[in-house]
Design a protein around this ligand. Structure first.
Ligand SMILES: Cc1cc2nc3c(=O)[nH]c(=O)nc-3n(C[C@H](O)[C@H](O)[C@H](O)COP(=O)(O)OP(=O)(O)OC[C@H]3O[C@@H](n4cnc5c(N)ncnc54)[C@H](O)[C@@H]3O)c2cc1C
Length: 452
């Protein structure tokens, strides 16, 4: 291993290359005064490959790409990609309501191919703070850096009762495309009534010649609920709302997150319509034998293995009646959660914690006991403090521009926002809110704190 000296320290070391740190790399690229490198454990960029279903659509406007929100003239915009590929006019004429996720993956990969600061096959194994620098260590390399940006994303959340059974026929949705074999004539149970569960249901029902014997869709929510994509709800995905949310007391933020659940975790309207129509066709027009069962309002309680199949026990929310389902294959669409990356273990005792999360500052640096000028920034890890937009794509460029401004100490990107369309603020409004309302919101927060 070649040991690097402190003189070779870079300004910014990014851990992980998903859309978040890729945006950071794209936005820092034109500014050679900031030295940056980004380390990714996989051999190439792939955006959630286990869920890259052929018809999966982006759940955000395509202009919410890597850079446009803060600098549409940056060469790594989605429009620049389309122009470079000579497909801009066709794209305009196609007039898509939603872009395929695999097209955005291709766009991301195109950006990767031109950013020399990205280093793939570079798993960051440990990070220590030595002699005033973060020392990142991989298998056969070491890199000193003045600042860190954690972009390691969220990890699959698997219910405790399922953890010991994960394998070929019972798995989390993040492994759907890599694990699943032919499910023709099998009994398939999909657990989780969010967008991911819906995408898998649509996929399972799409090919009439390969349909399972039965498809059962279980959701903890009382129905298969739509994503709220109305314009005022979309304001929750604005810098102004994120700033406002950040200034609220923690218990209010927690309650609001529960109230805003369907603004981030519902199913897109077009997908719900497509699934409903497909079920209609299979039942009433094609008279297909595939048994389709829709079970909302149920919570998974336990799993057992019985004679080469799974027995899934549920409780029906309103009646508390117990039900058993048999499955040859069960897919857990039970969401994602943030976990502190293992490579941070060496710094863990120096990092402040509040309510299980980092203590995040306005510029996305977190509180730790290191010296000034040595910051640890976090991406997609501050939902409880910055709002529902935080783990999604929409505000990534704005967050990255904030991080860049913070690292270089002046406003390289102009982030002065116009006045918010909606007046979220006004402390007196909160003074008037009764404790009873907070209690109700807090109860809601407890009930729906799981991602599914
Ligand atoms: C299936 C799916 C579809 C989604 N679709 C949308 C959508 O349409 N719109 C939207 O707004 N949001 C969407 N999201 C939410 C969010 O935008 C994505 O999860 C997004 O990928 C988050 O980006 P990220 O860079 O924070 O993390 P990730 O994309 O998870 O990237 C993290 C990267 O860090 C790497 N890594 C981790 N640890 C290390 C280490 N120690 N060393 C080196 N590398 C490491 C990982 O290999 C990974 O490549 C979707 C999420 C999922 C799961």
């Amino acid at each position: 291993m070649r040991m690097l000296s402190a003189a070779e320290a870079i300004d910014m070391a990014g851990i992980g290359v998903g859309p978040a740190n890729l945006s950071l790399a794209a936005l820092v690229h034109p500014h050679s005064e900031i030295t940056a490198k980004f380390f990714e454990r996989t051999g190439e960029f792939q955006w959630h490959p286990g869920m890259m279903l052929p018809s999966a659509k982006l759940q955000v406007h395509y202009l919410k790409d890597l850079v446009s929100l803060v600098d549409p003239s940056n060469p790594f915009s989605f429009l620049a990609y389309l122009a470079r590929k000579k497909q801009l006019l066709s794209f305009i004429n196609a007039n898509f309501d939603q872009v395929l996720r695999c097209e955005f993956n291709q766009y991301y990969r195109w950006a990767c191919s031109q950013l020399p600061s990205l280093q793939f096959n570079s798993d960051v194994r440990s990070i220590e703070f030595e002699n005033g620098f973060f020392m990142l260590r991989g298998d056969d390399w070491v890199q000193p850096a003045r600042n860190l940006v954690l972009g390691t994303g969220q990890q699959p959340s698997v219910p405790a009762c399922a953890q010991s059974f994960i394998g070929e026929t019972l798995f989390h949705s993040s492994q759907f495309m890599t694990r699943q074999r032919s499910l023709k004539d099998k009994r398939v149970v999909v657990i989780g009534g969010g967008q991911t569960g819906a995408e898998i249901i649509q996929y399972l029902l799409s090919d009439a010649s390969a349909l399972p014997a039965s498809v059962t869709w279980v959701s903890r929510r009382w129905n298969f609920c739509p994503l709220d994509e109305s314009p005022f709800t979309n304001e929750l995905y604005s810098p102004q709302y994120s700033d406002h949310f950040f200034g609220l007391p923690q218990h209010v933020r927690q309650a609001l997150l529960a109230e805003q659940k369907l603004a981030s975790d519902g199913i897109s309207q077009s997908l719900l319509e497509s699934i409903y129509r497909r079920i209609y066709e299979l039942k009433n027009v094609l008279h297909h034998a595939c048994k389709i069962q829709l079970y909302p309002g149920r919570e998974l309680l336990g799993i057992s293995e019985r004679n080469h199949h799974w027995s899934l026990s549920m409780v029906h929310g309103h009646s508390q009646v117990r039900e058993e389902l048999s499955a040859d294959t069960a897919v857990l669409c039970t969401g994602y959660e943030y976990r502190v990356p293992a490579c941070l273990e060496g710094l863990e005792s120096r990092i402040s914690r509040h309510a299980g999360g980092y203590v995040v500052h306005d510029d996305y640096s977190i509180e730790w006991d290191g010296p000034q000028g040595s910051a640890i920034y976090v991406q997609s890890a501050a939902r409880s403090q910055k709002g529902i937009a935080d783990p999604n794509l929409g505000l990534i460029p704005w967050r990255c521009a904030k991080i860049i401004n913070s690292v270089c100490g002046h406003a390289l990107y102009d982030l002065v926002e116009p006045e918010s369309l909606v007046q979220w603020g006004a402390t007196e409004v909160f003074d008037e809110v009764t404790d009873a309302r907070f209690d109700r919101l807090a109860a809601l927060a407890n009930w729906s704190s799981g991602a599914w």
